[in-house]
Design a protein around this ligand. Structure first.
Ligand SMILES: Nc1ncnc2c1ncn2[C@@H]1O[C@H](COP(=O)(O)OP(=O)(O)OP(=O)(O)O)[C@@H](O)[C@H]1O
Length: 315
């Protein structure tokens, strides 16, 4: 659905050059939900604007929804939906009418525009607010309206730029449900985000971009397992004996004892825990508590770039 090679964009401002995107390769298969994750200024929007024909690449090429980005931008535009950051509409029009006119703009007949708008308002839970003007909608409702606007013409591929920026937690998880439903119905989705939990919760696959380059790629689980293994932590009255047992676990490393707490990393905590518990039992070690922590995508970002994404995204 997307095949981009060496896509790059420079900006020239006041005598100097900014390499916003420095030659990225992107492959997205039909039906995937792919997240494009990176801190502010990493190059996410610039890449998205190139893939949606809004910005001409300085170098590289891409085929998007079956059409060549440079040779057939109109073909790309017909086949994709694009929801930009924030809500663009400043019109004092009822939202249903606004969406209906947008559908007419995409070339639907009056009857088809009304039917399609009605269906999507139902699907994205906007029917109750159909007669309001956009500025009277809540943040979550506005984002859902933005999505309606982006999919009225039933695109095969939907681009979402920071879909949940600025929403409260409840509206975010509600929006995620709608994005999942679109994905289940067969739409390929490519979204940018600087929220790790969003990428983790929604995406089949994640591309991590930093300083205009892709620094990591994979399923959320694969990325996490590349990092440093799972952290196992338990509390016991006999930490010294327990630490000796832990040291014998296959692949155990970074073993630490802190008071009654023993901590170490193993490649796969979930499958290695039963054997560890049997070995502790055999050594007469009883435990007060056991915890296994999988690494987070923040750990991935930290390992890849040496910086925390979470800190940067709130800077
Ligand atoms: N029109 C422009 N002129 C000059 N520099 C630009 C322009 N647009 C973007 N840039 C620069 O290119 C780099 C990448 O910006 P981009 O907006 O793609 O990042 P982003 O990852 O989408 O960030 P955000 O999460 O803040 O939206 C930044 O350094 C930005 O300042």
């Amino acid at each position: 659905m997307i095949k981009a090679r060496d896509l790059a964009r420079q900006f020239r401002t006041r005598g100097h050059t900014v390499d916003a995107v420095q030659g990225v390769d992107i492959d997205v298969e039909p039906g995937e939900l792919v997240g494009f994750l990176g801190p502010n200024g990493a190059g996410k929007s610039t890449t998205l604007r190139m893939l949606t024909t809004l910005l001409r690449p300085t170098a590289g090429k891409a085929v998007v929804a079956g059409c060549d980005l440079l040779a057939d931008p109109a073909g790309v535009r017909e086949r994709i939906g694009y929801v930009a950051q924030g809500h663009g509409a400043g019109v004092e029009q009822k939202v249903f009418q606004e969406a209906e006119s947008q559908a007419r703009f995409y070339g639907l007949s009056a009857a088809a525009a009304r039917r399609r708008t009605g269906e999507l308002f139902e699907q994205l839970a906007l029917t109750e607010v159909a007669n309001r003007i956009a500025s009277r909608l809540s943040g979550g409702q506005q984002r859902r309206l933005d999505i309606v606007m982006g999919i009225l013409h039933e695109p095969q591929l939907l681009f979402l730029d920071e879909p949940s920026a600025g929403l409260d937690p409840q509206s975010r998880s509600n929006l995620w449900e709608h994005i999942r439903a679109l994905h289940r119905s067969g739409t390929t989705v490519f979204l940018t985000t600087h929220y790790l939990d969003e990428a983790d919760a929604l995406c089949d696959r994640i591309l991590v971009i930093d300083h205009g380059k892709i620094v990591a790629e994979g399923t959320p689980d694969a990325l996490k397992s590349q990092v440093s293994g799972d952290l196992v932590q338990f509390e016991t009255d006999v930490p010294a004996v327990a630490a000796e047992v832990a040291a014998k676990v296959e692949g155990a490393r970074e073993l630490q004892t802190d008071g009654n707490t023993v901590r170490f990393r193993v490649p796969r905590g979930d499958t290695q825990l039963p054997g560890l518990l049997r070995a502790l039992d055999h050594a007469d070690v009883s435990l007060m508590s056991v915890q296994v922590h999988r690494p987070t995508l923040d750990d991935v970002f930290l390992t890849m770039t040496g910086r925390s994404l979470r800190e940067e995204s709130h800077a």
